[in-house]
Design a protein around this ligand. Sequence first.
Ligand SMILES: Cc1ncc(COP(=O)(O)O)c(C=O)c1O
Length: 387
Amino acid sequence: MKFSALVERVRGAGAAAWRTHYEAVAARERGEDVLILSVGDPDLETPAAVVERAIRQLRSGDTHYLPAAGRDALRAAIARAHARRSGQPVAAENVVYLAGAQNALFVTSLCLAGPGDEVVTFEPLYPTYPATIEVSGARLVRAPATAACRPDVAALGALIGPRTRAILWASPNNPSGVVLNEQELDVIAGLARRHDLWLIADEVYAGLAPGGRVPSLGATLPERMVTLGSLSKSHAMTGWRAGWLVGPRELALHAEHVAMCMLFGLPGFIQDAAIAALELADEAEARIREYCSARQALFARGIAGIAALRPLLPEAGMFMLIDVSGTGLTGAEFVRALYAAQRVSVMDGAAFGAATAHCVRVCFATDDGTIERACARLRSFCEAYLG
Ligand SMILES: Cc1ncc(COP(=O)(O)O)c(C=O)c1O
């Protein structure tokens, strides 16, 4: 039987990057001793008040259809949270509640780009970006990173042409933890004005940046700015699939139509729980920041002095890139060899683009014991390998 051209576009080249991770997950389910640092899912509980609100709503029968764009009270709460973080005055009508930032990017992609168009993003990039942009028929164009793993905004202009519709970035970045600064955003804003482009900021890690703030173009260019967010990382609520897009009213209307076709609304008891989560956002974000900074320090101490490993310290977030070229291995080779020898699963840097193919990415948002044991195994692996 025949399938659509779309199935090829969503297949994504990044699937192979998850091989070791899924092997490790299966091994853990069999009760084997594996340490998993390959996925960005914080090892913290959902805040109790959020769980309680969901249970209360479930018991009270909040189990029916809801508007496709989300409950008004939730859209208003998201608008307030966004306005507070970015300084961009927005209201409920600018918000569409979706099933995570991933879903919000998918909807944004379908609303803004199509066959023949291009969307530019920076390496290193989150591995679902290519398929999520190219599902629309558009092509994802990758701007290089500087040696310090920052977006090379000077190279951006040359990649923009008549087909370009949007510039997409994540700040803080996954995997580098880089937060785009005002100067970099100024260059992006200039290009957006000159070439009439949309700007898509993936701020799923914004709550993990210092003070829960990241520089934003929301207040400067509200007419072309789309911001994606969720509760996944800030509140350790990855499995609740609670996210959103914030943008101009017209985009929100189009996004609502896509959401209608795709989702026909999302569960009300989770939407009410999301309101409870936003009510305690300051507390939840402080918790995850504290958690990540303590684990990052522990991890950095754990691998200090391993000559072959050069950590690239993040500005924010839950990931660290480690340059493994001192071992003579590529990131992909390192991932396989480390898992085979020590049963520690980390992610190949090449999954995020060619610029980080000499790196691996670790997620340090896990318990102290796992970090300590993983660091000891990394040390043994490097000593044995180089020895
Ligand atoms: C940069 C980036 N964007 C989006 C997502 C998806 O987040 P959500 O759980 O809100 O869909 C992730 C998840 O790891 C991510 O790292």
